[in-house]
Design a protein around this ligand. Structure first.
Ligand code: CA
Ligand code: CA
Length: 468
């Protein structure tokens, strides 16, 4: 479980929910602990989710014209606070953010209530780019950006270091929700707690389509270094003929990118380090770890023209485990490692160096892993005890000491993104009468009442506790 942050309103208690809809109330760990007769434990991992505060220099806007005006006159470090509402950008695009450290936040911190929209997913305005980043240290948070014909957010000038995109929902952006062009290197960006979702299919009715209608991706970035892309969801990013680019597509001079704890559902491709048709060194270093992928039509993880990259502890579910390119390598240099991945599907290596492999589990018979996962339909690929072939069967990796829940792994790591939590799970004795807590070191039973099934929180050591 990634710590998908959903802050509902700004009054306490704050409700967070994970991506499988488990509500977590974080305001009263003491009450929670008393209710469950547990030692008082702060929900450390939830507390780690930062709530962004606006700067002291802030401007409130509630119309498109006031938004455009505020951005035009923004000075270094100012926060522009968007009131709840819908902002039609189709006549004012692009919004240009040109001053260092400007923050554009939804004031209510609820992205569902602050909507910036373009001319439409299928409009004829094939040049439409909604927000252009032309400075360093820019922060975007707590709004929805939707219905754009070309790019959602573009790092326009290059050298746009330290960009933070936090809890932004991208919906129906027809080409790239976030675009990094072939410009100067942009370092140390962070994209977290965002959703990238395509709700509308691409059809030939959309004018001006490129590449047979397959020119769509969640993030398509060139020349970025040191970025961290974590705890996001990518849903149904699909081209017209199944050849859409990836949820996350990184190429042409990228370096040391971390992609972790993301969920991918039904994308034509999920993650791509490199472009098969590129003549460049596409990725140097970098790690893809602890991601859940429910495969779409094609490749789940593609690694091309890369060197020194690690693909470790990802879980890939596919209803077509005989597919020969679920993991696909092409034209790589030395030093690519593929370890501890749990994959329903096959590994294809077309050319280049073979990866260093250990601890992987490839399942190619559809029925074999049917009972291994919590709920494939929601992308919940946490392991069940039936996954004995994966549990404690991985190899220890210095680069992967936690899992998709940010819980610490034990010294016998499980294969895939989830370190199963059977030792710390809390199971109801009866649905309404109480719960039982067991710990790994000294199994104990505790009686407790008053918590709904599905409640979930974190132990001080980072392990997630939940009521099943
Ligand atoms: Ca283990
Ligand atoms: Ca886990």
């Amino acid at each position: 479980m990634g710590r998908r942050e959903r802050v509902v309103g700004s009054r306490s208690p704050r409700l967070y929910s994970n991506r499988w809809g488990v509500a977590m109330k974080t305001s009263n760990p003491l009450t929670l602990a008393l209710l469950t007769c547990m030692p008082v434990m702060l929900p450390a991992r939830i507390a780690d989710v930062p709530v962004l505060e606006p700067s002291a220099d802030r401007v409130h806007v509630n119309t498109v014209s006031s938004l455009v005006s505020a951005l035009g006159s923004a000075v270094k470090g100012r926060t522009i606070m968007l009131a709840d509402g819908t902002y039609d950008l189709s006549r004012v695009w692009p919004l240009r953010i040109r001053a260092e450290g400007v923050q554009l936040y939804g004031a209510s911190r609820d992205p569902a209530k602050v909507v910036l929209k373009g001319a439409g997913f299928g409009s004829s305005n094939t040049d439409e780019e909604l927000i252009k980043i032309e400075a360093v240290g820019v922060r975007l948070a707590y709004f929805t950006l939707r219905d754009g014909r070309a790019n959602g957010v573009k790092i326009q000038t290059g050298g746009n270091h330290d960009l933070l995109i936090h809890n932004v929902n991208f919906v129906d952006i027809c080409e790239r929700s976030i675009k990094g062009p072939d410009a100067a290197i942009s370092r140390n960006g962070i994209v977290r707690f965002c959703t990238f979702e395509q709700k509308t299919p691409i059809t030939s009715a959309i004018p001006g389509l490129k590449f047979d209608g397959d020119y769509i991706a969640g993030m398509d970035m060139m020349k970025i270094e040191g970025w961290k892309i974590h705890d996001n969801e990518f849903k149904n990013i699909r081209g017209m003929t199944g050849g859409g680019r990836a949820g996350i597509f990184l190429w042409k001079g990228c370096k040391n990118i971390t992609i972790e704890r993301n969920l991918f559902m039904g994308c034509d491709r999920a993650i791509a380090f490199g472009n098969p048709s590129s003549a460049d060194l596409d990725m140097e270093g970098g790690i893809i770890r602890n991601n859940f992928i429910v495969a779409g039509k094609g490749i789940s993880i593609e690694v091309c023209n890369s060197t020194g990259s690690q693909i470790a502890n990802n879980t890939v579910f596919s209803t077509n485990p005989g597919y020969t390119r679920t993991i696909f390598f092409l034209g790589n240099k030395q030093g690519v490692a593929l370890k501890n991945n749990l994959v329903l599907g096959k590994l294809g290596v077309q050319s280049g160096s073979l990866p260093d492999t250990a601890g992987n589990l490839f399942i190619t018979v559809a029925s074999q892993a049917n009972s291994w996962f919590h709920d494939v339909s929601t992308g919940d690929l946490h392991l069940r005890p039936a996954a004995a072939m994966a549990i404690n069967k991985g190899v220890p990796l210095a680069s992967v000491n936690s899992d998709i829940d940010a819980a610490l792994r034990d010294n016998r790591p499980d294969i895939g993104a989830d370190e199963m939590e059977i030792a710390t799970a809390i199971h109801p004795l009866a649905p309404a009468s109480g719960i039982r807590v067991r710990s790994a070191s000294a199994p104990l039973d505790w009686a407790g009442v008053g918590l709904p099934g599905g409640s979930s929180w974190y132990a001080a050591d980072g392990r997630r506790l939940s009521i099943k």
